[in-house]
Design a protein around this ligand. Structure first.
Ligand code: PMP
Length: 307
């Protein structure tokens, strides 16, 4: 299958042409900020829907603000760029994209000029539907006073990389990271939710977690208003993980990924939990636009704008 083209600084180029100079802060220090987002193909509508672009753009700009650089693109330009990356590739299937702003100067204090690329890939599957086995990592989540995980910069992800490599070496699928105070933070690229005694619980945004768009989508709308489930945001202790009835990761990339065991403690009956399954079904049908509620969350990338 052919690689999709990359939108880079205004045009679609091949993967081989999308290169960065080795003597750039982007390459050497990973001085970039990015968003990971998904677009879903809806066969019945003959349309590709990008999910919650407006919220991704807000976070993108917050990340740049914290990293102290800017891009010469308005939000309208960003919408247009995402549309071109999808419709220009004639992508008619689910796609995951990285939207990346990078710094070209050389030093640690480099701030400009900043370039932009969008790298669309055919939807990589994160997890089997049957769920994943997690461990609690001995690597601690980077704290907000070191490198704030609240923002999405490539450099942050070495923390998750180390934890992932360790988890895999130890025979698990994914790690769960604890914050400095020993409370549950999140996964390496996903927010963490658990079910205890019938209640959905997730860590607060002060637990060194990314302010996840999927997490907000579940807390504010899908769980309470579509499914009638309230979510409690509170600190989670490590040992609560071992007696949880259900758990899952959520994120733009991970969608809703069930967790079936933690440190080899089986959760529930070891299968996908019933609340997790209901949340996953509701989420997947809304992001694809099969469930037509929340139309403001789905940006049509074909109709109106042809490239
Ligand atoms: N936490 C981290 C560290 C992440 O990288 C991601 C993926 N962006 C998430 C959580 C989930 O965030 P979102 O729902 O906004 O994709």
């Amino acid at each position: 299958m052919k690689d999709l083209k990359i939108w880079m600084n205004g045009k679609l180029v091949s993967q081989a042409e999308a290169v960065l100079p080795v003597n750039s802060a982007a390459v050497f220090y990973a001085t970039n900020v990015f968003e990971g987002l998904r677009a879903y193909w809806n066969e019945a509508d003959d349309e590709m829907y990008a999910f919650r672009l407006a919220e991704h753009f807000v976070r993108f700009r917050e990340s740049m603000r914290m990293m102290r650089f800017t891009i010469p693109y308005s939000d309208v330009d960003l919408y247009q760029a995402v549309r071109e990356a999808l419709s220009g590739n004639e992508a008619r299937e689910d796609v995951h994209m990285h939207l990346v702003a990078y710094v070209l100067g050389t030093g640690l204090d480099a701030t400009s000029p900043a370039g932009l690329y969008i790298n669309p890939r055919r939807r990589p599957r994160v997890a089997e539907d049957s769920g994943i086995r997690c461990c609690v990592s001995s690597w601690q989540r980077t704290s907000d006073n070191a490198i704030p995980i609240r923002l999405k910069s490539g450099s942050n992800y070495q923390n998750g990389r180390l934890a992932t490599l360790q988890a895999k070496a130890d025979g698990y699928d994914q790690p769960i990271l604890l914050d400095q105070r020993g409370h549950v933070a999140e996964g390496t690229g996903a927010s963490f939710f658990m079910v205890r005694k019938g209640k959905l619980v997730t860590s607060p945004i002060t637990s060194d977690i990314l302010e996840s768009i999927t997490r907000t989508t579940l807390i504010e709308e899908i769980c309470p208003n579509v499914l009638g489930m309230d979510v409690v945001e509170r600190e989670i202790d490590r040992t609560e993980l071992y007696v949880a009835d259900e758990a899952f990761f959520c994120g733009s990339g991970y969608e809703i990924t069930p967790i079936v065991s933690i440190d080899k403690f089986q959760l529930g009956d070891g299968g996908v939990g019933s609340m997790t399954q209901r949340i996953r079904t509701a989420y997947m049908s809304i992001v694809r636009g099969v469930d037509k509620r929340y139309p403001e969350w789905r940006t049509a990338t074909y109709k109106g704008v042809r490239v």
